[in-house]
Design a binder for this molecule. Structure first.
Ligand SMILES: [Zn+2]
Length: 465
């Protein structure tokens, strides 16, 4: 099976455009302000820990003796205690994710969409980044799009406050696994999960970090971790847990968090790009929290249009005045506006489509072949894949009543057309999926939102028209 590197890079474009900071509280015509109420749904197990708050756990081998290193330079030495963490809680005891980590996650997507600057890991060898270095955003009159919107600080020289504020993200639906932290109920205090090793190769690993795998050349781009499947195996046995950490609890698939984002004085383009970066589109998702490389933290965000409130600076008065805007959601940019390389690293069907994602079993044998556009070592793909997006989709069911059918037939309307599949909806509202190939000769079957008659035994129903 093809082994895919856990991360890939979105190539940098031409030099970023830089301009002046528009101010936070100054009045501007046609600027959007207000609050977006959002839900974050967990798509793969999610872990957020408080680094300052841990307990120590002494690892034991399968025979119950204290664990010793089995290989490497420390072979035979006692494997030291590992740190064990609970999920982060706020002072009210609520389970939460920090607003700042959410902000960082959205910013990294916004940076790609707007071709903004890039924060490089320190002491990196890839100096040539074509004007993308974030230290070039050094003056209030010379800032890239992301620094203008999310803010930037440069020592004592520059302090530019962001115009988007993320409030902490609180768990509102579902419980953590397990529901009671083990340290609170068990005498042994044995942690719930020992995580796979989280470390990743250093940026000096040019086959992945260098553009086209080159040493000392330009950097490959902006780093993103791929989404694994929802059944990703992120833990190891206790006797394999040296160099790792342990966790007592995690947010599970389907858990929902809620948060608010406050926006101030965004111009139309900023607002359009911001909603796109925040919500993305179906089939692509974000990553937050710990263990991105081992498949943790995939999530998707939905903006609740009814509970959000956006105002727009009014044209009529030359003073602070704004009116409620009800059409703001229509400003969200279409998915086709996302760069294809960003779609590749954010798509949720990556593992289903391409193979297993993960580090090689032994870090000392990390491959030296460059990774291709799909994250495959030594591969030759020049472009990434796509999410399972329909080629055509009906926005509403047909207005006409369903056609009459005889026995062994069923009426259904065509809802979505995919590359290889047609999705019908029957009169009960159930989805029926059929291979597109079987219907290829029926030209009319390209018509979404129309009724069709399916016939034949249910396993092999073919579509008539
Ligand atoms: Zn910048």
């Amino acid at each position: 099976m093809t082994q895919i590197n856990p991360y890939n890079f979105v190539p940098l474009e031409s030099r970023p455009d830089r301009s002046g900071y528009p101010g936070r509280l100054q009045f501007h015509k046609k600027r959007y302000s207000g609050m977006l109420k959002c839900t974050l749904e967990v798509l793969t197990p999610l872990i957020s820990i408080d680094q300052r708050n841990s307990r120590l756990y002494q690892l034991k081998d399968t025979d119950g003796t204290l664990l010793k290193f089995k290989s490497g330079q420390r072979r035979g030495e006692l494997c030291s205690e590992i740190k064990c963490f609970n999920f982060r809680r706020n002072r009210h005891g609520q389970i939460f994710l920090q607003g700042t980590s959410l902000k960082g996650m959205i910013r990294s997507v916004y940076e790609v969409i707007t071709n903004s600057c890039l924060k490089l890991p320190s002491a990196i060898g890839y100096k040539n980044v074509g004007g993308h270095k974030n230290t070039e955003c050094n003056d209030l009159h010379n800032l890239c799009s992301a620094c203008r919107l999310f803010g930037t600080i440069e020592g004592d020289k520059l302090h530019c406050q962001g115009r988007v504020v993320f409030i902490d993200v609180v768990l509102v639906e579902g419980n953590l696994t397990p529901e009671t932290p083990i340290s609170n109920r068990s005498l042994s205090g044995k942690p719930f999960h020992f995580l796979k090793v989280l470390s990743s190769p250093k940026p000096s690993h040019h086959p992945t970090y260098g553009k086209k795998g080159q040493r000392n050349g330009p950097i490959a781009g902006r780093k993103f971790y791929y989404h694994h499947g929802k059944d990703t195996k992120f833990f190891v046995n206790e006797h394999e847990a040296c160099h790792s950490i342990a966790i007592e609890e995690y947010a599970k698939v389907g858990n929902k968090f809620e948060f608010e984002v406050y926006v101030e004085n965004l111009d139309k383009e900023e607002f359009e790009n911001f909603i796109l970066a925040l919500e993305l589109h179906e089939g692509i998702g974000h990553k937050i929290g710990l263990g991105k490389a081992i498949g943790l933290g995939s999530c998707c965000i939905t903006v609740d249009r009814n509970q959000s409130s956006i105002t727009i600076g009014s044209d009529r008065y030359q003073k602070w005045n704004s009116t409620k805007d009800t059409t703001w959601y229509s400003l969200k940019k279409d998915k086709e506006e996302l760069p294809p390389a960003l779609i590749e690293v954010l798509r949720l069907n990556k593992e289903d489509d391409d193979g297993e994602i993960g580090y090689p079993p032994d870090f000392r044998n990390y491959p030296n072949d460059p990774i291709d556009a799909r994250g495959v070592f030594g591969g030759n793909a020049t472009k990434g894949g796509r999410p399972r997006w329909p080629n055509d989709v009906a926005t509403e069911p047909p207005k006409e009543p369903a056609p009459k059918v005889s026995q062994d037939q069923e009426a259904a309307w065509l809802k979505e057309i995919y590359d290889n599949e047609l999705v019908f909806v029957d009169t009960q509202g159930n989805e029926i999926k059929r291979p597109r190939k079987a219907c290829q000769s029926k030209k009319k079957l390209q018509e979404v939102g129309a009724w069709f008659i399916l016939w034949g035994p249910s396993a092999s129903r073919r579509a008539l028209y």
